[in-house]
Design a protein around this ligand. Structure first.
Ligand code: CTP
Length: 472
């Protein structure tokens, strides 16, 4: 496997040939490494390439960018990395290193190293693949830890003892779950055990990095894969305790097979199957977040969670602040939590237009998202019930449409106003003015004339004598 050649594939990227010549001139070993190689084998589109230089990566990137005529090169001296954009590609350069992280700090001690050292310090075998780009071995795959096999087996494994790999950077615990969710891979059991043992170590990682990985899990095709791993490993308790608390909270009697956490996972997956909107997925995740606090047993009915939508909405402020989530999204999430039970309460025939109008106003431009969430919230296993509940939302949305149409008609007025009709016809305020106005409005609604002043005025001049004659 290690002899697999990528020469053909790489032929299509002219930049690799140019960089390869520079590497040979500089007498430095040069590799394409990590995510690009992994994603190429997985046939996943990607416009980001990571390069490893066994030598001076910053000088290398500077020389290459000059050769390519790129003038915007970004250099992070502290991290020893440089990057630039070139023909829709994001190119990142890093020097091979030996790296170890001290236990109480996230700042690595970095020393120059060989390719081998660099591969040893990476997170997962599927990310330890490198393709040589020097002329003599152009396209040769280096697969020290059988990463290709792990890709084929769909398995997340660490190159070294998982405890060491996670200890070096505990964020990798989150990354393991993120890759499992993104790629639909399994986590090898010793690796999963290490995530359990080391969950607490995530507390030393910056909130921004943890939240970033968490959101990537939510953005993946089936977020429940990652959410369940977070939960089962105990990591959820560390990074998002309010969600961990949903586990074991029983629902109503007939749902007792599903606790609130399992229900939430299904709702998130349901939203994910119809929408890429990350914040709608987040709303699905937190829509029942206050159920544990509001849970009460009512004889003859079962568990009730009265007021969980209001309390849940109020919990967002501290969660957003603590998790450093974008505050611009907080109001949207609060709104969806607060309103998630409202539409279903509007199914009955007796519901008034004003109740529908209040929903339209409260939800505003997010009404469609709210309905996606409500539909996703139906997690019954009984297809007949599911269909009936879905139909209820069709009924509500039909009412919304009817009210909107009525309100539009009410707001609609003839572009030729009453005063003008009175002045031109020389008549006092009277029913006749109203009749003429209605005739103009009907002509517009019937499509005889356009809804604009010019056509309405012309039509008015044409019909006014007919009305005046009848009233003489
Ligand atoms: N890496 C690591 N430990 C981390 C982060 C990254 O070992 N905590 C290594 C991995 O080898 C990874 C490479 O650095 O492949 C690049 O990291 P990054 O760009 O974050 O991940 P990718 O694998 O490129 O995947 P993606 O872009 O999908 O996040």
């Amino acid at each position: 496997m290690a002899e697999t050649s990528f020469e053909n594939l790489l032929g299509k990227y002219q930049i690799l040939q140019i960089a390869s010549k520079i590497a040979d001139e500089r007498k430095e070993e040069f590799f394409l490494i990590g995510g690009f190689v992994r994603d190429t084998l997985l046939k996943r589109e990607r416009n980001e390439m990571d390069f490893l230089v066994v030598g001076d990566a910053l000088a290398f990137a500077t020389e290459l960018s000059k050769t390519l005529g790129v003038d915007k090169l970004t250099v992070y001296k502290n991290f020893g990395t440089a990057h630039f954009n070139y023909s829709n590609l994001f190119l990142e350069f890093v020097g091979a290193r030996k790296e170890s992280y001290s236990r109480n700090s996230r700042n690595p001690k970095v020393e120059r190293g060989t390719l081998d050292d660099d591969l040893n310090r990476r997170d997962f075998t599927i990310n330890c693949l490198a393709i040589s780009l020097n002329q003599s071995s152009f396209g040769k795959l280096i697969d020290k830890f059988n990463g290709v096999e792990d890709i084929n087996q769909k398995i997340i494994r660490t190159p070294l003892d998982p405890a060491k790999t996670f200890d070096d950077d505990p964020l990798r615990i989150m990354r393991a779950f993120r890759f499992a969710a993104q790629l639909n891979f399994e986590i090898e059991s010793s690796v999963f055990n290490a995530t359990k043992e080391m969950a607490e170590r995530l507390r030393i990682v910056s909130q921004e990095r943890t939240t970033d990985e968490f959101l990537k899990i939510l953005a993946s095709p089936k977020p429940s894969i990652g959410l369940k791993l977070l939960f089962e490993s105990g990591v959820m308790k560390v990074i998002f305790p309010e969600i961990a608390n949903l586990g074991g909270v029983e629902q109503r009697k007939e749902y007792h097979h599903k606790d609130v956490f399992q229900h939430t996972c299904i709702v998130v997956d349901n939203v994910a199957s119809t929408s890429d909107n990350l914040w709608l997925r987040f709303a699905a995740l937190v829509h029942d977040i206050a159920k544990p606090q509001t849970k009460k047993f009512i004889e003859g009915i079962g568990w009730s969670f009265h007021g969980h939508e209001e309390l849940g909405a109020r919990m967002m402020k501290s969660i957003f602040t603590r998790m450093k989530l974008p505050l611009t999204k907080q109001e949207y999430i609060e709104k969806l939590i607060r309103l998630h039970l409202r539409p279903i309460a509007l199914v009955d025939e007796q519901v008034t237009d004003s109740a529908i109008r209040r929903l339209i106003v409260s939800a505003g431009e997010d009404l469609d998202d709210l309905i996606v969430l409500c539909r996703a919230d139906i997690t019954s296993k009984n297809p007949a019930k599911v269909n009936r509940y879905l139909e209820n939302y069709n009924i509500v949305m039909q009412k919304v449409q009817d009210v909107r149409e009525k309100d539009q008609l009410r707001a609609f007025q003839s572009p030729v106003r009453g005063e003008e009709i009175m002045r031109v016809c020389n008549i006092p305020p009277s029913k006749l003015v109203g009749d003429i106005k209605t005739a103009i409005e009907d002509a517009i609604l019937d499509g005889k004339i356009g809804n604009n002043y010019e056509e309405a005025y012309e039509y008015f001049l044409k019909v006014k004598d007919h009305f005046l004659k009848d009233h003489k």
